[in-house]
Structures are given as C-alpha cells and as structure tokens.
Design a protein around this ligand. Structure first.
Ligand code: AMP
Length: 221
C-alpha cells in the first residue's frame, strides 16, 4: 500500500505512520524526522534546512524532494507511508512523476481533520526522543520513566518549533502552502478525510475499516 498522510502539525500523522509502518511493514518516510536528524548530525542538508525549520517555514522544495525521491526505489516491494511530504503542489507533482517512473502510483491520501483545541493540546504536551524519532505526550503517551525514552533510555526534549509563536507560523504555512494539496488530490479521487481528533488506536481501527472498504487491505493480514 502507498499512502500519504496530510494534515496540520499535531494532527497525529506521526503516531499513525508509526503504527501503520509497524503493523503493515510499510516503509515510513517522515521528512520532519529525516530533516531533524540531518540538522542534529550537521550534514550539508541539515545546515541548509536548519534556519527554515527554526522559523516554522518550509525547507526549499528541491532539498526535500531529492531526499524523498532517493528513498522511493527501496519502497517498491513493501509500499510506504509518507508523513509530512508532500507539503506543496510542486512536491506533489515531483512525487507523482517519480512514482509513475517506478510504476507504483499512490493508493490513497488521508486528510487528518483535526480541531484547533486538539492541535494545541497535543503540541504543548509533546516530547520527543531525537535519536529514536519517537513522540511522547505528557498525558496521552507518557514514557515509562519521566523524561526518558522507553527504547534507548536517553533524555527526551521538546521540539524547538513547538513553541507557541512557531506553532502559529507552522499552522499558517499549512493553510497557505499545504492545504491547497487537498484539492489537488480530491480532483484525482484519492483523498479520504479521517478524524484526527481520535486516539491513536481508535483511529487505526477506523483506517483498517477504510482500507478494507477500498480493497487495499492485504489479504493475509
Ligand atoms: P514535521 O516534523 O513534519 O512537523 O516537520 C518539521 C519541519 O521540517 C517543518 O516545519 C519544515 O520546516 C520541515 N519540513 C518537513 N517536511 C517538509 C516538506 N515536505 N517540505 C518542506 N519542509 C518540510
């Protein structure tokens, strides 16, 4: 299955991408995680991306698109779930062209419809483990030991771009640059709205029903 998760920051795309990739063995491509790792390890891409990310703005299309396209050939057998890409129409067009070359078009685009109150609540309580790219939440998904990652036991931190003023900028960027993609995919009949306010497991069960209805659910699962 080849999926794109669309929705504002705090819509729960990352949690759902994690569950879908684990349970359906899909390759997870989360551009925010990849970019944060590039910044952390100070690669040339990370150095170029850092300022835009700190400001809550988009990293230039050419950089992000190259990063995603180079990973697509390795997804041909297993399928993928894209979290955070595409975020502009330019990225969507490049993605379509690359997938057409591989003969593996997108199956579905999920639009995570999420209320402003839920977005604020999720982002304000979010803590991440950078090396593991795992998101926690103080009340929703607390780590077993406060402040430490369940997997690597390293310290958790809040994302610099989860500060209130940067969140507001990221939401504006979503509305102006990414939300127009909904029309792009709706016109092609690939868009399905899902309720981003639901808890992770509840939404996952709804997605399973949706995939079954679309005849996308793997027969052996
Ligand atoms: P995320 O973790 O998906 O919220 O992404 C964090 C930040 O990484 C965004 O605010 C952007 O600065 C950058 N970013 C992630 N994905 C993209 C993308 N597809 N295009 C441009 N910038 C991106």
């Amino acid at each position: 299955m080849r999926l794109v998760l669309l929705g504002p920051p705090g819509a729960g795309k990352g949690s759902q991408a994690e569950v879908l990739s684990e349970r359906l063995q899909l390759v997870r491509i989360a551009t925010g995680d990849l970019l944060r790792e590039a910044v952390r390890t100070k690669t040339p891409l990370g150095v170029q991306a850092e300022t835009s990310m700190q400001r809550g703005e988009l990293v230039p299309d050419t950089l992000v698109t190259a990063m995603v396209l180079e990973r697509l050939p390795s997804t041909v057998d297993r399928g993928f779930v894209l979290d955070g890409f595409p975020r502009t129409e330019g990225q969507a067009v490049e993605l379509d062209a690359a997938l057409a070359r591989l003969g593996t078009p997108l199956d579905l685009i999920l639009d995570f419809e999420t209320s402003p109150a839920m977005i604020q609540w999720r982002l304000a309580g979010r803590w991440i483990c950078r090396p593991c790219s795992i998101n926690y939440h103080v009340t929703n998904r607390p780590p077993a030991r406060p402040g430490l990652c369940d997997r690597c036991h390293g310290p958790l931190e809040q994302r610099a771009d989860d500060r209130p003023e940067t969140i507001a900028q990221r939401l504006r960027v979503y509305q102006t640059q990414t939300a127009p993609l909904l029309g792009y995919y709706r016109r092609r009949g690939l868009l399905r709205a899902v309720n981003g306010d639901l808890a992770v497991e509840t939404l996952y069960q709804e997605l399973v029903a949706l995939f079954r209805g679309e005849r996308l659910w793997p027969a052996a699962t």
